[in-house]
Design a protein around this ligand. Structure first.
Ligand SMILES: *Cc1c(COP(=O)(O)O)cnc(C)c1O
Length: 429
């Protein structure tokens, strides 16, 4: 009996689409989602007791590997002392100090429970701080599912945004402008026309929600300069890249500092912890000090924070990222060689423990270029890998994640699986 199928059928009766977050449903690759019942190190096992080498890592958080003993112990100890108090705790102080210590642009920080909350709150803060309404985002970047961020480009450059989801009022989307990613000229034109009406610009410095597209250094530099010149708050959304691509997140990679940063995923180590923070003069506008309201019953939950602290304490050890980078590099070199031998158009991108795989001869630099790659080859490739016991994200538009727990043997078996998978899809090219 296929337990995954049985559970999916049951789930579909009481939950829309059988899942609690859409991409888990395998809609874009077809087939039945795997229901995972346990995980350890680089592996997880589904309800049929099939083992997979996992390259999603819970969509980023599991950077030290699944069920790391330090993290599990910290969670168990915290849980034994009570699941939550709704009061300040010592662990939250330690978490805030650690985050501000690790990321130079953070002077103050507030903890929340999801990346969506972090970006939504950072935008409200930027609007409250500047007294302006207009928000700028970039095509292909994802910042969670709050109303003002579920907006796509209208027709033509610099037009007002349109809702990208039913249920988002047009009135809300009108205050979000959408520009093409990496387009320096579009950015300059917008600031020249409307710079002093712009509350904030938010971006993914390495966009992991359109596979993997990095900002060009010139784009980041120009953005930083224009925001400073016009008094617009630069929000760098590091929910995915934070402590995933390097010691000082993507800001360290680019040498650019945000006014406000949003964090999530890795800082919770698999539990619901996220944060926003940055310049102290901006953060001073938050309630209870200032007029920007934001609150959370479960914010800074002690069990969740314990997981985050234990994870970050491993991540900040000397050599952690060098080791992770070597693993990612080895994996991608193997994939590229295998694709080349099979005659499949293929390219890769990576930073630290995050990577992108593309069915195109050159790595894309924008949403349009991602869409122009052979995304049609992905479903067959995904299923060929899954059949070999390798779990990639079930979408051509999601990044992959390496963990410190992946061994050389895991990487070698993944590459061996990729050889078979590329050969299996080569007739489609
Ligand atoms: C995952 C993600 C979010 C949303 O975080 P959730 O915890 O899923 O709400 C926001 N921004 C980026 C860049 C993300 O990758």
């Amino acid at each position: 009996m296929n337990q995954n199928q049985i559970l999916f059928d049951r789930a579909s009766k009481t939950s829309p689409g059988g899942v609690n977050s859409p991409v888990r449903a395998f809609r874009s690759v077809g087939g039945t989602p795997r229901f995972i019942k346990r995980a350890q190190d680089a592996y997880f096992w589904d309800e049929n007791d099939v083992r997979y080498i996992d390259y999603i890592g819970s969509w980023g958080p599991i950077i030290v590997g699944h069920a790391h003993p330090n993290v599990v112990k910290a969670v168990q100890e915290a849980a034994a002392k009570g699941l939550g108090f709704g009061t300040p705790t010592r662990a939250e102080v330690e978490m805030a100090e650690l985050l501000c210590d690790m990321l130079p642009s953070l002077e103050q920080v507030r903890l929340v429970s999801s990346g969506t909350e972090a970006t939504m709150s950072a935008i409200r803060l930027a609007r409250g701080f500047t007294g302006r309404d207009v928000l700028v985002k970039f095509e292909g970047c994802y910042h969670g599912h709050s109303d003002s961020l579920l907006v796509k480009a209208g027709s033509g450059l610099l037009t007002l945004g349109n809702p990208s989801s039913a249920g988002v009022p047009v009135a809300v989307s009108k205050d979000t402008l959408v520009l093409p990613y990496n387009d320096v000229d579009a950015l300059k034109t917008l600031f020249k026309d409307k710079g002093d009406t712009l509350a904030a610009v938010i971006l993914e410095p390495i966009a992991g929600n359109m596979n993997f597209v990095r900002a060009r250094p010139e784009f980041m530099r120009t953005l930083r300069e224009l925001c400073t010149e016009y008094g617009t708050v630069l929000i760098i959304d590091e929910v995915m890249t934070g402590f995933r691509v390097g010691e000082q997140c993507a800001q360290g990679v680019y040498g650019v500092q945000a006014d406000l940063t949003t964090l999530g995923k890795v800082i919770g180590g698999g539990m619901p912890v996220a944060a926003f923070g940055g310049r102290a003069d901006i953060m001073a506008h938050m309630a209870p000090l200032g007029g920007v309201y934001q609150a959370g019953t479960l914010s800074g939950n002690p069990v969740a924070v314990a997981a985050g602290l234990a994870t970050l304490n491993i991540v900040r050890q000397d050599g952690f990222f060098d080791n992770l980078r070597q693993k990612t590099t080895a994996l991608l070199a193997g994939f590229s060689a295998a694709a080349h031998d099979a005659g499949v158009p293929f390219s890769t991108e990576m930073e630290g423990g995050m990577f992108g795989l593309f069915f195109s001869n050159q790595a894309p630099q924008s949403y349009a270029e991602v869409m122009a790659s052979r995304v049609d080859l992905f479903p067959a490739f995904f299923h060929a890998m899954l059949d070999e016991g390798v779990y990639l994200a079930p979408s051509a538009f999601e990044a992959g994640f390496m963990s410190a727990a992946h061994t050389d043997e895991d990487i070698a078996s993944t590459i061996a699986a990729a050889r078979k998978a590329f050969a299996a899809i080569s007739h489609l090219v």
